[in-house]
Write a protein that binds this ligand. Structure first.
Ligand SMILES: *[C@@H]1O[C@H](CO)[C@@H](O)[C@H](O)[C@H]1NC(C)=O
Ligand SMILES: *[C@@H]1O[C@H](CO)[C@@H](O)[C@H](O)[C@H]1NC(C)=O
Ligand SMILES: *[C@@H]1O[C@H](CO)[C@@H](O)[C@H](O)[C@H]1NC(C)=O
Length: 383
């Protein structure tokens, strides 16, 4: 063998070994959770797969079709680069949750996370709904997760909230499905708090509480193309329950559909309340069918009747309702009931067409600067 062909062989050998390393490396990015029998908790198998995926740049936890019993579990970072969680199987929560834990599945302190697949989170909430509880358990909770996307997965019968996003930045939620019976308590579809840069698009949410609820400190959020109902609609608030709440700013809700919901587009604050601020809110191109309060700003929210006649100190300003159409299940289509001490400013209504039994709805306004823009809208003024 001459030295030329020897060096060629060395090169080829070298290339082959690089190729095989890459090949094995690619495969070893996926850490599959294997199924166990119906009696066994899969928690340890999930934690083992998470640990490996989190340590691997581009690592994926894969959960194939099948049922998995899973008790409360925390997947925490920081991880090495992008981490994926492919859920095709059905995860089943225990009947009885761990006391005082406010989540079933928690993702915490992670940068770049994708949760996707055709799988289902079954929160197994039925027995929980019938007993008195103070812990707001979320089926899937994200805390301090940045650049996260959740796609396509289903959530059914959460004990309380389905999805809960807290202190996150850069969140995309696409085509998720959340369902629970219309009379199941506090089964909000998606709840968000103290988070920035959020996009929610598509999907169906049919639950016993808000389809989407927006807590204090949420900024720069777009919600589009979500189907909501039954449920309590899309709500900013309740706000003003606690001291030092952060402002809610720049929220857009566009092209959503509401069917048979208790409310449509809502902002609510407790009375009395400490100071707060809600500003730059746009609701546009939404269709509501048979909705009880299609457009409602309620600053006298007082579910447990301990209001003592006090006022909310949350200021609400620059809120636009544009091209909101459909039917109300009551005579009032627009209710703007603001705080006497902090009247609403810059409430604009344009292109409304809200009817009740085929007749125009009315608008009730108090302590608010409300402007109806343009011609031919229903309702057309505060009565
Ligand atoms: C997950 O489901 C999708 C859609 O059915 C399928 O294309 C994919 O191959 C599945 N992946 C695994 C690991 O089961
Ligand atoms: C929301 O939509 C507005 C208008 O299209 C856009 O300027 C803004 O960047 C969007 N925000 C996010 C977080 O996607
Ligand atoms: C308002 O809606 C009603 C019922 O859907 C419809 O008949 C009417 O033409 C609409 N009005 C306008 C101005 O779009």
């Amino acid at each position: 063998m001459d030295s030329n062909s020897l060096s060629q062989r060395i090169v080829i050998f070298f290339l082959l070994s690089i190729w095989s390393t890459l090949h094995v490396h690619c495969q070893s990015h996926i850490f599959t959770v294997s199924q166990s029998d119906a009696q066994t908790n899969s928690k340890q198998a999930f934690l083992d797969a998470w640990k490996k995926a989190c340590a691997t740049n581009g690592g994926t936890v894969s959960v194939p079709n099948g049922n998995y019993q899973l008790s409360d579990v925390e997947f925490s970072g920081p991880c090495n680069g992008q981490t994926r969680f492919l859920l095709n199987g059905t995860l089943i929560a225990p009947d009885v949750p761990t006391p005082n834990l406010d989540y079933w599945i928690l993702f915490r302190r992670i940068n770049k996370l994708t949760i996707y697949g055709t799988g289902t989170l079954n929160g197994n909430g039925a027995s929980y709904w019938n007993t008195k509880h103070t812990t707001t358990i979320s089926s899937l909770k994200l805390v301090r997760v940045n650049k996260v996307s959740i796609k396509n997965i289903h959530s059914i019968n959460s004990k309380k909230f389905h999805f809960n996003v807290h202190k996150c930045k850069g969140v995309t939620i696409k085509n998720i499905h959340a369902t629970a019976p219309a009379d199941s308590p506090n089964t909000d579809g998606i709840h968000l708090g103290k988070s920035d840069k959020i996009r929610i698009s598509g999907g169906n949410i049919a639950t016993g509480d808000d389809c989407i609820s927006i807590g204090d400190g949420v900024t720069n959020m777009n919600i589009t193309g979500v189907n909501c109902g039954p449920g309590h609609g899309i709500s900013i608030g309740s706000l003003g329950k606690y001291h030092s709440e952060k402002e809610v700013r720049s929220i857009r809700v566009t092209n959503c559909n509401f069917e048979n919901t208790d409310n449509g587009l809502r902002i609510k604050t407790f009375a009395p309340s400490p100071p707060g601020l809600v500003s730059d809110i746009t609701f546009e191109g939404n269709i509501l069918n048979n909705v009880c309060n299609p457009i409602i700003i309620d600053q006298h929210y007082c579910p447990h009747s301990k209001c003592d006649g006090g006022d909310s100190s949350v200021s609400i300003k620059d809120v636009k309702f544009i091209d909101i159409r459909g039917s109300s299940s009551e005579a009032t289509g627009v209710k703007v009931d603001c705080s006497r001490s902090h009247p609403c400013k810059g409430i604009q209504l344009k292109g409304l067409n809200l009817t009740f039994n085929g007749n125009p709805t009315n608008a009730l306004c108090s302590s608010a600067d409300v402007i109806f823009l343009g011609q031919n809208q229903t309702p057309s003024r505060c009565s």
